[in-house]
Design a protein around this ligand. Structure first.
Ligand code: F6R
Length: 243
């Protein structure tokens, strides 16, 4: 797309179309959602469609990719707060349909929580559409280099580059949590359709590696080359290094 705005409208329209189609059949929709700067415009479009066109989210279930660990939901940087501000507080999704990894759990409970998270997705029939951004390390979710193709929801250690990129949100790198709970590469690969989005020249180099480079755990997003229905949604700047 020429612009990230056009690209975001495209993704939002695809999501809305699936929601409406499922509503006609009285069936639920399961969405996998990302935070960060990349999807904000998609969420703004969905909110607009809810307010102006009456798009309803009553049949929608959501699973967020990740959350910092530890993290309190009311913290400025929490993904619970982010999702409320950008999407959930403005639409009619039932609260019990919203799932975000829990950054408040004691360490010994994280393993069970992660297994339950995967099971809940599977029990709902799996993710229909997974929305992704991409980090400068090539991460999707917080699956940093070294994450395996079959990895599932788990506690991970954040890459130094990722912590530097988050530093401004936390008023200094030293305040960025060292860990996060993230859905795995394998959890993402199970989604029926994936939209991986990237905007701006700062993502051009990693997009080239993810899309045209070898499939390698050093660039976890490159595993999506093997996904049967993944669309990489780019603006002009982020696609500028592709052959
Ligand atoms: C966020 C997430 C991350 C971001 C990525 C890009 O839930 O899973 O993988 O998508 O770090 O972040 P932005 O969009 O802020 O450039």
């Amino acid at each position: 797309f020429n612009t990230s705005e056009q690209a975001s409208i495209f993704v939002a329209t695809e999501i809305a179309a699936l929601i409406k189609a499922r509503q006609q059949e009285n069936k639920p929709v399961v969405l996998g959602l990302a935070t960060g700067s990349t999807p904000t415009r998609v969420y703004a479009e969905l909110v607009k469609m809810h307010k102006k066109e009456g798009l309803s989210f009553r049949n929608v279930h959501t699973f967020n990719l990740d959350e910092y660990y530890p993290m309190q939901p009311d913290s400025l940087q929490s993904y619970v707060r982010f999702m409320g501000e950008h999407l959930f507080d403005h639409i009619d999704i039932p609260k019990q349909n919203i799932n975000i990894p829990d950054g408040t759990l004691p360490k010994e409970k994280v393993g069970d929580f992660c297994r339950d998270y995967e099971k809940k997705i599977d029990d709902l029939g799996g993710i229909d559409i997974q929305v992704l951004g991409i980090g400068r390390t090539g991460h999707i979710g917080f699956n940093e280099p070294g994450s395996t193709e079959r990895s599932l929801t788990r506690l991970v250690t954040l890459d130094q580059v990722t912590r530097i990129d988050a530093a401004s949100d936390f008023f200094g790198e030293e305040n960025v949590p060292r860990k996060a709970i993230t859905m795995g590469v394998g959890s993402i690969m199970k989604a029926r359709k994936v939209f991986m989005m990237a905007w701006g020249e700062g993502k051009a180099a990693v997009i080239k590696k993810a899309v045209e480079g070898p499939v390698t755990d050093q660039i976890p997003s490159s595993f999506l080359q093997k996904h049967p229905d993944c669309l990489v949604v780019l603006d002009e700047a982020s696609s500028s290094e592709l052959v």
